[in-house]
Design a binder for this molecule. Structure first.
Ligand code: A2R
Length: 328
């Protein structure tokens, strides 16, 4: 596929919520067609679809599924916001010679911060304590001692990639022992590797989830894993809601099969089950792992830069594994 270094205009679709860095990031060599929702996109003029060569997906609330991608016969690249790209059909893209790029690395430390913060907040009951103070109860009695503590814990990481390793570094600084489960041992990582998730769950009391979403990890944290983790068990999820069997989690939290959970992601965002919202032994965050101004700006910029780099005739900066953009 030849690069387009010419005066010819390049038609791009900007799909998803408005982002100033994306909206204003392209020179007049590009013609931008903006669609915030699937409903907007369904009104796309077929004559425009014929010309589109690149798509920026600005948030994972919109999906680059097969039906969406198939509308664009000349599509070369989809540049997607976020490190997870389970909302993009990368297998379809690979089959049709379309490159998919995501935004890894620039969010690694931010998400790792949230994971450690959520773990400590869950164990030491920050949110409950804050409510306690605001309600005026502190003036009459001390806040009850927390059952949970980081001091006597052993963490089993589920996923030991870029973000998993950044979380591991933080746990080491806290002097917490770390082991991990993934399909293959991670290169250059000295923590003990468990090829079997149940075996690891039996050996630890805390799981921190940081694997991709999608079919291969769907509901991998199920009732059996929670039972293996046991009544001191704490689960922290900064991966994808689909990784946990949410109904099994609710049942395990209610019955005391595990102690507590800290969740930044949910199966059906932004809807969160009322049963979870009613529980005292969970901390619930509205998917804010990477959600600081500085990190979100860096992610938006990388969405733009992947497209610009591609249309300058170079490989994208951060293609996903399924579409490595070889030979460019
Ligand atoms: O399984 P491996 O050897 O490919 O290790 C990867 C692991 N992983 C899995 N572990 C168990 N069962 C699976 N089916 C499975 N699929 C992947 O997850 C690796 O250790 C880790 C992914 O690491 P990275 O690709 O470096 O991703 P990063 O940047 O750490 O982000 C992880 C996820 C994103 O995909 C978003 O969903 C979320 O964090 O924000």
């Amino acid at each position: 596929m030849a690069a387009a270094i010419s005066s010819e205009k390049i038609d791009l679709v900007i799909y998803g919520p408005h982002k100033p860095i994306v909206d204003n990031g392209f020179s007049d060599q590009f013609v931008l067609h903006k669609f915030e929702t699937r409903g907007d996109l369904d009104r796309l003029n077929p004559a425009v679809a014929e010309k589109v060569r690149g798509i920026a997906v600005t948030y994972n609330s919109v999906r680059g599924d097969k039906a969406m991608l198939a509308q664009f016969p000349k599509l070369e690249i989809v540049s997607s916001f976020g490190v997870g790209y389970d909302h993009i059909d990368a297998a379809y893209a690979a089959e049709h010679n379309i490159v998919v790029a995501n935004t890894p690395d620039v969010l690694t430390e931010e998400v790792a911060d949230i994971a450690l913060g959520l773990l400590i907040a869950t164990l030491r009951e920050f949110v409950k304590a804050d409510r306690y103070l605001r309600s005026g109860l502190w003036t009459t009695q001390q806040f009850p001692l927390s059952v949970g503590s980081l001091r006597d814990r052993k963490v089993g990481m589920v996923g030991m990639g870029r973000i998993g390793q950044a979380i591991g570094r933080r746990l080491e600084a806290c002097r917490v022992p770390v082991v991990y489960h993934s399909r293959h041992p991670a290169e250059g990582v000295s923590y003990k590797h468990y090829p079997d998730l149940i075996e690891m769950a039996k050996a630890v009391d805390t799981l921190v989830l940081i694997v991709p979403g999608g079919a291969s990890t769907a509901n991998m944290i199920n009732a059996e894993v929670m039972k293996a983790l046991g009544p001191r068990g704490v689960i922290i999820n900064v991966a994808r809601g689909s990784v946990i069997d949410e109904q099994a989690l609710i049942a395990a939290l209610k019955s005391g099969t595990i102690l507590s959970a800290g969740l930044d992601v949910f199966a059906n965002e932004p809807t969160v089950p009322d049963e979870l919202k009613a529980m005292q032994n969970v901390v619930l965050l509205p998917h804010i792992g990477s959600a600081s101004v500085v990190t979100r700006n860096a992610m938006d910029q990388l969405v733009v830069d992947n497209l610009k780099t591609w249309f300058a005739g170079k490989p994208p900066l951060t293609p996903v594994a399924e579409t490595p953009a070889k030979g460019r």
